[in-house]
Ligand binder design. Structure first.
Ligand SMILES: Cc1cc2nc3c(=O)[nH]c(=O)nc-3n(C[C@H](O)[C@H](O)[C@H](O)COP(=O)(O)O)c2cc1C
Length: 195
């Protein structure tokens, strides 16, 4: 291991501070389904994550991703009730980030859909931006759960999200209270062909 980590989940002692390597971030980032109670994450820290996500590439630099951050008690409680079976998993997460993307931007040129993918390019860009966000979160010692199980209609009302935006995931942000297992990954040669 090239650096001494502060990251829980890497098996390193919490002594010296140094930035984790990218591979250490990849390996220790897992979907976390139990969070430490009573811990907070500041708005400034969330802003750092969102700024990191702005470095993600997007179709013709359209940057269609938008975020709605539930960091205050009232909105946080409200979101917690809109994530279905995820509720118990993320009950102690101090922040929820609703991720959307604007329709008709990525994949469109002068209001003309350029190919069959259409707004699928916006979803692609949104996933990339979210990936940057969750990896930056891990690098800062935080943990996340991307939640596709959520009530999009109720979230739209709660945050007054325009009909022009497609609501994708809610991302729980906090500190892990469990050591997750590494999921089984498909054999590389099942998903990749070299020519
Ligand atoms: C688009 C998307 C939606 C997901 N929705 C949920 C969800 O609603 N609840 C949940 O517990 N995990 C959810 N996950 C987490 C996946 O189950 C998880 O990423 C996968 O099992 C691999 O585990 P890992 O993230 O620890 O590598 C979602 C992940 C993605 C990318």
């Amino acid at each position: 291991m090239a650096s001494t980590l502060l990251l829980p989940g890497c098996g390193a002692k919490q002594e010296a501070v140094s930035a984790p390597t990218l591979d250490e971030v990849f390996l220790s980032r897992r979907s976390i389904r139990a969070y430490e109670a009573g811990k907070t994450i500041s708005e400034a820290e969330v802003r750092t994550l969102l700024e990191a996500s702005q470095n993600a590439p997007s179709w013709a630099n359209q940057q269609p991703t938008k975020y709605y951050v539930a960091i205050g008690d009232e909105k946080r409680e409200a979101v917690l009730n809109l994530v279905g079976g995820n509720k118990d998993r993320v009950a102690n997460a101090p922040v929820f980030i609703v991720s959307t993307f604007e329709r008709g931007k990525s994949g469109f040129f002068r209001d003309h859909q350029v190919d069959a993918v259409g707004d699928g390019w916006g979803a692609y860009d949104n996933g990339l931006a979210n990936a940057y966000l969750i990896l930056k979160a891990r690098a800062m010692g935080f943990d996340t759960l991307i939640m596709g199980m959520r009530d999009a209609d109720a979230l739209r009302k709660l945050f007054e999200i325009s009909e022009n935006e497609i609501i994708m995931a809610v991302i729980a942000l906090g500190y892990r209270a469990q050591e997750p297992r590494m999921p089984v990954h498909r054999p590389l040669d099942e998903i990749a062909k070299f020519f």
